[in-house]
Design a binder for this molecule. Structure first.
Ligand SMILES: Cc1ncc(COP(=O)(O)O)c(C=O)c1O
Length: 407
């Protein structure tokens, strides 16, 4: 490994030359000419929204995942809201989720007037700990929202066992996990509803966008109505059937994904397997290197999963370092490495603290992880040189702050 000499160089934060001349983000989309052409073709067509590309994208997505139904939404957040509605969550009820997620996972429970109840995470995967879920179940509990943190599938069998015992609905937030495998099957078929996101840092993108897969026809119908004002047919169906009449049967929203970006999604989906393969190659390279660097704990992978590697979050072994996460974060940014932190635990956000009175220490595993986590760049468009730059910079900075380093 060539990291030793680099580790002796002056850090960029201390005035030395940065490892990279230009900034490398932690995630970014890849869009090619075929993607652009597909969008242009739709712009020249009759249907900019709710046309043929929507169904085409949904069918291709359902086939990829292996689910009976896929319903598209204008974002992953809109999809989560629709799933919470379709599960029947309402005021006075509770849903259990993880604090170590993007706020949208918990917010969708609040949108329904229900209360998010956090359960702590397992220290290896940082996914919901099945043992802690059971302790949080009350007569008011209606649903469980596991998150596939960083793209590592949650322990769905364990969670489904608990859910079936208590009559709960499981909504898997797989916004990180498109293409991940759990016990040999793709994520998206086990939970009652599985939610995906197509934000630009994800495995495929539509700019903004989301999808729910389900094997339940009734859920699929409610989801389709919810995203279209609660109306029982869409404009294209009415045009095709020559009918003007429609009925609004529930209070829905306009959460539709336009044809323009569904065309992009169809093209992007064709590249998903190669995007996943690239992410897995990068993850393997990172892990092989960082397992030998004192001060770094690479993400752990359970033997029954194949993660999708949306993120590559390392944990700092702070006991072996002379600097905290904030200092190491700043030092890596100075090296032009676009690090990030996933996540500030949801219960620590002022809105949740003020509304629910959460205090530090309530979810010790998630909170301890938060103090150590740094997401290093991980996206399928990274070149080998990008990957080596990240490795050099991380080793340089972490070794600089190593507790056993002299001077
Ligand atoms: C775990 C998780 N859930 C939900 C969302 C929301 O998805 P979107 O940005 O598509 O609304 C995200 C977004 O990145 C996410 O990471």
């Amino acid at each position: 490994m060539t990291t030793k000499p680099t580790s002796l160089q002056t850090l960029a934060i201390d005035g030395g030359p940065p490892v990279r001349a230009s900034f490398l983000p932690y995630g970014r989309q890849s869009v090619d000419e075929a993607d652009i052409q597909a969008v242009v073709d739709v712009l020249r067509s009759d249907w900019l929204t709710t046309g043929p590309k929507v169904g085409e994208f949904e069918e291709a997505f359902a086939a990829y995942v292996g689910a009976s139904h896929a319903v598209s939404f204008s974002s992953g957040t809109a999809a989560l809201h629709a799933a919470a509605f379709t599960a029947g969550l309402k005021t006075g009820e509770e849903a259990i989720t993880t604090p170590l997620t993007f706020a949208a996972t918990a917010n969708c429970i609040l949108y329904q007037g229900a209360t998010p109840v956090f359960a702590d995470v397992a220290s290896d995967t940082l996914n919901l700990d099945t043992l802690t879920i059971s302790e949080k179940i009350t007569p008011r509990t209606k649903a469980i929202f596991p998150v596939d943190y960083a793209g590592h599938p949650a322990d769905l069998d364990g969670i489904l066992d608990i859910a079936r015992q208590h009559g709960l609905i499981v909504i898997e937030d797989a916004c990180h996990a498109l293409g991940a495998e759990y016990k040999g099957a793709r994520v998206g078929i086990a939970a009652d509803m599985t939610v995906f996101s197509f934000h630009p840092v994800k495995h495929i993108t539509t700019g903004e966008g989301g999808m729910i897969t389900t094997n339940d026809a009734q859920f699929a119908e409610t989801l389709r109505r919810f995203r279209n004002h609660g109306i029982s047919s869409d404009a294209r169906q009415r045009q095709n059937s020559g009918q003007w009449y429609y009925e609004m049967v529930l209070l829905g929203f306009n959460y539709r994904l336009p044809d323009i970006v569904c065309a992009l999604g169809i093209q992007q989906l064709k590249k998903l397997e190669s995007n996943l393969a690239r992410r897995r190659t990068i993850a393997a390279r990172y892990t092989a290197t960082f397992r030998n660097v004192a001060g770094i704990i690479p993400p752990r992978v359970r033997s029954d999963v194949n993660p999708a590697w949306h993120l590559y979050p390392i944990r700092l072994d702070l006991e072996k370092l002379t600097a905290d996460r904030a200092q190491i974060f700043r030092a890596l940014r100075a090296e032009n490495i676009g690090v990030n932190v996933h996540y500030i635990p949801v219960h620590q956000h002022p809105y949740y603290r003020d509304r629910f009175g959460y205090r530090a220490g309530e979810f010790p595993v998630a909170e301890d992880a938060y103090s150590r986590l740094i997401s290093i760049p991980m996206f399928h468009g990274m070149t080998d040189k990008d990957v080596e730059d990240v490795i050099l910079a991380v080793a340089k900075v972490v070794e600089h702050y190593g507790a056993d380093r002299k001077g």
